[in-house]
Design a protein around this ligand. Structure first.
Ligand code: B12
Length: 216
């Protein structure tokens, strides 16, 4: 299904910076079961940020607008968590823990939050531990959570270097933890041979395929 009419309606609310109505509209789609959580994320929320553009006469205030739209999307994500918890009752647990994060200097966190939610919907015990997480805190999280997987979302190619350093450390001290990489930074795969990782996933559909592999 394309949901063109609904998406245009959502986008027009976002363009008006109408947080209240944007949040209520998105949640009404879930409440009425018109769209599934996965569809809301893939068809409504992600594109509304990916294709965000500044109006030519708006350039001065564009960054502020980008922050505001991100804040609206983030509120919808956090609010949809209640629907995820409800859905989880009917999802079989994989008994596998995942921590999801963005590394130091990486502030783009929307994809990471969505990845964590998609993981929950696939039966992983998933925890989003934040954006811009320093190496020491990542190590500390691994020590206390003892996850099976750690998933990095990296957007800015400059942050590949820090990712490479953290991954080397993880493989040194926690060789049993499998490393998942994803995000725009890896579109150009030239840097990948230097990084120690186990899985490279491109999009949300890859999470389902990955879960199927884990189940098999
Ligand atoms: C919102 C936004 C911001 C917000 C982020 C707020 C927040 N709390 O997250 C703010 C304003 C802070 C910001 C800052 C900056 N941003 Co910015 N930002 C964006 C924007 C508009 C949307 C990003 C987003 O959330 N998309 C929605 C998510 C769902 O999509 P996604 O990240 O692409 O993820 C998809 C896949 O990559 C994948 N995925 C991602 N991670 C993972 C992980 C796993 C495990 C898996 C399976 C999949 C997966 O799943 C998603 C669905 O397919 C993009 C525009 C764009 N075209 O992407 C620019 C963009 C990413 N930003 C950009 C830039 C340059 C910056 C700044 C450097 C700007 C500046 N000069 O200050 C800073 C850097 C800040 C930092 N240190 O990180 C550039 C990056 C260019 C590049 N390749 O380097 C973009 C592309 C804008 C542009 N066209 O130039 N930004």
């Amino acid at each position: 299904m394309t949901y063109e009419k609904e998406f245009n309606q959502f986008l027009s609310l976002l363009k008006k910076e109408d947080k209240e109505q944007s949040v209520l509209y998105a949640l009404s789609l879930l409440e009425s079961k018109k769209v599934e959580i996965e569809e809301l994320y893939k068809i409504f929320l992600a594109p509304s940020l990916m294709y965000f553009e500044c109006d030519v006469d708006d350039v001065e205030i564009c960054i502020w607008k980008e922050h505001h739209r991100t804040s609206i999307i983030r509120t919808i994500l956090e609010s949809s968590y209640a629907y995820i918890v409800k859905r989880k009752e009917s999802i079989q647990s994989l008994h596998k823990k995942v921590v999801v994060l963005t590394p130091s200097f990486e502030y783009h966190e929307i994809a990471a939050i969505m990845v964590s939610h998609f993981m929950l919907l696939q039966g992983f015990d998933s925890s989003y531990i934040g954006a811009n997480v320093p190496k020491a805190d990542i190590i500390s999280a691994l020590r206390s959570y003892q996850p099976d997987y750690i998933a990095f979302s990296v957007t800015n190619p400059y942050n590949i270097v820090v990712t490479e350093q953290v991954c080397a450390e993880i493989k040194r001290f926690f060789p049993e933890v499998k490393i998942i990489l994803g995000g725009q930074a890896f579109k150009n795969q030239a840097a990948l041979p230097k990084i120690k990782y186990d899985y490279l996933l491109d999009n949300f559909d890859d999470i389902k395929k990955f879960a199927d592999e884990v189940k098999a």
